[in-house]
Design a protein around this ligand. Structure first.
Ligand code: AMP
Ligand code: ZN
Length: 506
């Protein structure tokens, strides 16, 4: 039974999808006005791991992660400080060139860390019509008002109708109102807590669209409601994002959804915790950040050496997604040690399985095969797998999963040292499960995968050479010729000599 910590209820709850075996999941994507920093990567990786785990449990997941390419204003909320417009002035590029440049960067970075693409990746600018329609709906229902060419969500009206603005972030509306003042004194809004659904574009504002309220652009919170509703429906299973999006972004999404449809838009709200560096939250604005490529290349002032992306991923996976993770030189060095030990164990096991396979292929008598099958193991694979799955089902507990994986890793080193034994059947099962957890679920990658593949290819070719020799001994020339010819057409040429058969690539 899968349990998910739901920020809305503040509890770990049994997960029940709306449609059996199917899950709709929406995760707030990046605002593509500059390079993603390593902190952003952590949040996206947390949800990539969650996506992978849900698939591992057999769910069919429609995973929507948007690209915010319009409407996200800087923190001061000044229309003239649209992040894209500001950056385009700085870089002397069109806003849509900024969008393209950093969308490409975002994809390249996530690819480096082996994140799977979402199943749908919609953009805010591709859904202006839907956002205008939503704004109109909220106006028609009386939850919004037009003011000077902009449209605002009326938070007081929402609460007056018995709805609860603040239910996700556990904020009290009275306190919110007491503690905020309209700093800029512009009284376009009825209340400072009201948020923009549609913003009037100033004459200098390049990113603008026609609307019933004049030329403007959509508010940031609205795009996520528009796109999640379009692709996942008015109510869907999981909505995720970084902790810092809980308020106001996700609070506003809930308000928009409930005002439009009269019910909660999302069943499970999931929030990933922050990455800190040397104890301080990673953020562009404070300057305490590192770009992913700087960590990978070693070109930075924080870390003593470069770290491969899989080691970074391993480091991130060692923390639960709801815990703060502090990245430091020591943490990275420790992660590298752990990762290398795990990969070495996998290599040892892979080799053993391959050798056993060759042995089994050569041993033709049933007695010999049954001897292999009757070998004893000191490791209870089934009980171990149950523990690993339980960790995953307990709100995606990756650190506990990794601790369990290390039980297997330590055991593999013991079989290598011949202080423990494993049957060939268990050996095969362990390899299969371990590969699933390490590669499919945790999304780790063998850093030197090309070398790994060459080793495997070499073993396969030698296996075929041995099979061909056996066929020849049994005077089965049709089979021996077939092996040679098919290898040849795959570009692998066999040469028979006194020392045996050699091969080379054409
Ligand atoms: P943004 O592009 O600013 O909208 O951020 C993209 C995602 O990165 C959001 O889900 C944020 O919550 C998340 N994020 C921002 N800073 C950090 C951090 N230091 N650690 C983890 N996630 C972060
Ligand atoms: Zn969002």
């Amino acid at each position: 039974m899968l349990k998910i910590y739901n920020t809305l209820t503040g509890e770990k709850q049994e997960f029940k999808p709306i449609v059996e075996n199917h899950i709709g999941m929406y995760v707030c994507g990046p605002t593509v006005y500059s390079n993603v920093h390593l902190g952003n990567v952590r949040t996206f990786m947390s949800f990539d791991f969650i996506f992978r785990t849900l698939q591992y449990f057999g769910y069919q997941v429609r995973y929507v992660r948007n690209i915010t390419d319009a409407g996200h204003l800087t923190d001061d909320g000044d229309v003239n400080n649209d992040r894209f417009v500001k950056q385009s002035r700085l870089e002397k590029l069109e806003p849509m060139e900024i969008v393209q440049k950093y969308t490409v960067d975002f994809h390249q970075v996530l690819d480096k860390f082996n994140l799977l693409p979402p199943t749908i990746e919609p953009t805010a600018t591709g859904h202006i019509l839907e956002q205008i329609e939503l704004t109109q709906k909220l106006l028609d229902k009386g939850y919004a008002y037009e003011s000077n060419g902009s449209v605002y969500f009326d938070v007081l009206e929402y609460n007056a109708r018995g709805l609860n603005y603040g239910e996700l972030s556990k904020r009290n509306i009275e306190e919110l109102f007491a503690n905020t003042r309209d700093l800029d004194g512009q009284s376009e809004k009825k209340n400072p807590q009201d948020f923009a659904l549609w913003k009037k574009a100033s004459p200098a504002h390049i990113m603008r669209w026609n609307s019933p309220w004049g030329e403007g652009f959509p508010g940031w919170h609205l795009e996520c409601t528009a796109m999640s509703t379009k692709y996942l429906g008015e109510r869907f299973d999981i909505h995720g994002g970084g902790m810092d999006l809980k308020f106001p972004h996700h609070e506003c999404e809930i308000a928009q959804g409930k005002a439009c449809n009269g019910h909660e838009p999302v069943n499970y709200w999931m929030h990933a915790n922050m990455l800190t560096m040397n104890g301080q939250r990673m953020s562009k604005s404070t300057g305490n950040y590192i770009l992913p490529m700087q960590l990978i290349s070693g070109e930075n002032d924080f870390f003593e050496k470069e770290f491969p992306p899989a080691v970074v991923r391993f480091c991130f996976m060692q923390a639960h997604y709801r815990s703060v993770l502090d990245i430091s030189n020591e943490a990275m060095l420790a992660a590298e040690k752990g990762f290398n030990r795990m990969m070495e164990a996998i290599r040892i096991l892979d080799e053993r399985v391959l050798r056993t396979k060759v042995k089994e292929d050569k041993q033709s008598t049933e007695a010999e095969i049954s001897k292999l099958e009757n070998q004893k193991s000191a490791f209870d694979i089934i009980a171990w797998k149950v523990k690993c799955d339980a960790a995953l089902a307990d709100d995606f507990n990756s650190p506990i999963l990794i601790a369990n994986l290390f039980e297997a890793v330590n055991f593999i080193f013991k079989i290598k040292d011949e202080t423990e034994e494993i049957s060939s059947i268990d050996e095969y099962k362990l390899k299969e499960y371990l590969n699933k957890y390490v590669y499919d679920v945790l999304g780790l990658k063998h850093e030197d995968s090309s070398l790994h593949h060459i080793d495997a290819l070499d073993a396969v070719i030698h296996l075929l050479i041995r099979l061909r020799n056996e066929a020849r001994l049994q005077r089965n020339f049709a089979l021996s010729d077939q092996i040679r010819n098919e290898l040849s057409s795959a570009g692998i040429v066999l040469k028979d000599g006194k020392e045996g058969t050699e091969y080379n690539f054409q």
